[in-house]
Ligand binder design. Structure first.
Ligand SMILES: [Zn+2]
Ligand SMILES: [Zn+2]
Length: 147
């Protein structure tokens, strides 16, 4: 029996020659954003989860994408939202990882270790605090000469 004479079965005949495109069933995006006190925002990580439904097979595809950022001191920010990232007010660098940061012994603000003055292996001073420290040392020296 030939199929060209009888009524066509709508379940067998394709509606169009192009197969239907896979439909996105659900999509979820999570962005990790750092907002500075002046309002500027920096994205430090993104996570996407997409479920795609294949209409021809009924198969579901789960796609999970994690976009990680590299910090300005060349470290990968593996746990955005958990790892601390800093800004160095001395040179203006954003998203500095804790590996490169020291806390000033004078004002207790974080800065690049390279942007600070090291008094010894544990004690670091920012530029402003180092100026005060040097002035205080100079005044102490002057007084030591007078005595
Ligand atoms: Zn710096
Ligand atoms: Zn300081």
């Amino acid at each position: 029996m030939s199929s060209t004479n009888g009524p066509k079965n709508p379940y067998v005949q394709p509606l169009a020659s192009v197969p239907p495109a896979p439909a996105v069933e659900s999509s979820e995006e999570e962005h990790f954003i750092v907002r500075d006190p002046d309002g500027t925002a920096h994205v430090i990580g993104t996570q996407r989860e997409t479920v795609i439904l294949d209409p021809t097979t009924g198969e579901r595809h789960f796609i999970k994408t994690r976009e990680l950022m590299r910090s300005s001191d060349n470290r990968l920010l593996l746990n955005p939202g958990e790892d601390q990232v800093f800004r160095c007010d001395e040179c203006g660098a954003q998203s500095v990882s804790h590996y490169s940061v020291k806390i000033c012994a004078g004002c207790f603000l974080p800065r690049h270790a390279a942007c600070m003055h090291a008094l010894d292996e544990q004690t670091y001073l920012c530029k402003a605090c180092f100026k005060h420290y040097r002035l205080r040392r100079f005044i102490q020296w002057i007084f030591s000469l007078i005595r």
